[in-house]
Ligand binder design. Structure first.
Ligand code: FMN
Ligand code: SF4
Ligand code: SF4
Length: 378
């Protein structure tokens, strides 16, 4: 069997993710036992949500009285510790979904558990009592408060995920940029009914790891998410072992077949900014030019960025291709005998080619998002 790192090249919290499927939290349900029952086919899991201070615990009590399942404990930090201990020997990368009303409440948890776990801020809950406690969706309406929580956690050097619900903040792209600038690591987005167009906007606004969530029950939906910017998908309501096994098997086959499991669609087919790695020289009137204008990048800069991005890699070759180098060549799913002849001469498979394009796209993302002044590319 292929090594999981070679297959997905995916790390979270400095650990290899064996499959890009995560369990999304459901308060009162997703604890260590729940994760262990499903661990064979998930790579990461967010237990919780746990309410971690007096205002949010009071909100949880109100929600429980209204009939919702909640994790209610007199000492939530002790309880989280017990759950993490149970996950210690598992190969699932652990995260904990937290509801708190101040940066200090979150830090109390990160100071206790350090880098053992990913800290996920619940900026998603829409229950009025939780919003009243300054948590959940309240953080989407007050991005400065969200940034303060992220910055507090990051001052402890831990990995931070932010769970958001699309369509709540004034502008989801601005929100993504705020989350990135505050130095969070992961955006876990419940896309609601917005679908892949919203995902692409978020992908084009920040270089963070993205987990796409909501109604991910079919392989077709998984592929739609991967090809528009998701690094992982997550499941909550439909995370039954049979569904997880089915998706895991199909994703592994996709990764082995293509060589880059979440390769973007080409830009002119609706792909996100990572698709620059498949773009031609900017010599014709096509969607590349407006995309470059939106991020404030000159054509000449784009050319240099791609040329430098393939230096010392086999993609530098390809004198018989349209633009003299594989740097400018199309995705492997686009048939082309000139590209394939070059690959044959270099002794590269199509999967190798896509792995090199993946690295080129990482270089491009790092360059595009290293410049403070760039606008997003959505
Ligand atoms: C019963 C229930 C409890 C949930 N509790 C939480 C929670 O505590 N924290 C959170 O961030 N999301 C919570 N969610 C949201 C889910 O993680 C997920 O975003 C949502 O259900 C959509 O994904 P799905 O279609 O895979 O279920 C909850 C969802 C449900 C149905
Ligand atoms: S440069 Fe080529 S691949 Fe990119 S958008 Fe234009 S036609 Fe499509
Ligand atoms: S040589 Fe083929 S793969 Fe390369 S840019 Fe031209 S058409 Fe695309």
């Amino acid at each position: 069997m292929m090594d999981p790192y070679d297959r997905f090249e995916l790390l979270l919290n400095d650990r290899v993710v064996k499959t890009p499927i995560a369990l999304a939290s459901m308060a009162g349900m997703v604890d260590a036992g729940y994760v262990l029952e499903r661990s064979e086919h998930v790579g990461a899991a967010f237990i919780g949500g746990y309410s971690i201070d007096e205002p949010t615990i009071a909100a949880s009590r109100v929600m429980a009285e209204d009939g919702r399942k909640e994790f209610l404990s007199d000492d939530p930090i002790e309880e989280i510790g017990r759950q993490l201990l149970l996950l210690n020997d598992s190969d699932v990368v652990a995260g904990v979904n937290l509801r708190g009303s101040s940066p200090d409440s979150f830090r109390a948890v990160s100071e206790r558990f350090g880098d053992r776990v990913i800290y996920e801020i619940d900026a998603h809950c829409r229950q009025p009592s939780m919003i009243g406690a300054g948590c959940g969706e309240s953080l989407l309406q007050h991005p400065e408060a969200l940034a303060a929580v992220i910055e507090g956690l990051k001052s402890d050097g831990v990995t931070v995920s932010v769970k958001i619900r699309a369509g709540v903040a004034k502008n989801d792209q601005d929100l993504a940029r705020t989350i990135w600038k505050a130095e969070a690591d992961i955006i876990h987005v419940d896309l609601m009914d917005f679908g892949h167009a919203k995902l692409r906007q978020i992908r084009n606004s920040c270089p963070l790891t993205i987990i796409a969530n909501n109604g991910i029950t079919t392989f077709a939906r998984v592929k739609e998410m991967f090809s528009h910017g998701a690094d992982l998908v997550s499941l909550a309501r439909h995370a039954d072992p049979a569904t997880l096994a089915r998706l895991d098997t199909a994703i592994a086959e996709l990764a082995d077949d293509v060589g880059w499991y979440n390769a973007p669609k080409q830009l002119c087919r609706g792909g996100d900014i990572r698709a620059f790695c498949f773009c031609c020289m900017p010599v014709k009137d096509c969607p590349l030019l407006p995309a470059l204008r939106r991020i404030g990048m000159e054509r000449s800069e784009f050319i240099v960025m791609k040329q430098e991005g393939v230096m010392n890699t086999p993609l530098v070759h390809g004198e018989h291709t349209c633009f003299g180098s594989l740097a400018w060549c199309c995705k492997s799913s686009t048939p082309c005998m000139f590209r394939d002849m070059t690959l044959g001469k270099l002794g590269l498979t199509k999967q190798d080619y896509m792995r090199y394009k993946h690295r080129l796209s990482d270089t491009i993302m790092a360059r595009v998002f290293c410049d403070e002044n760039r606008d997003d590319a959505s």
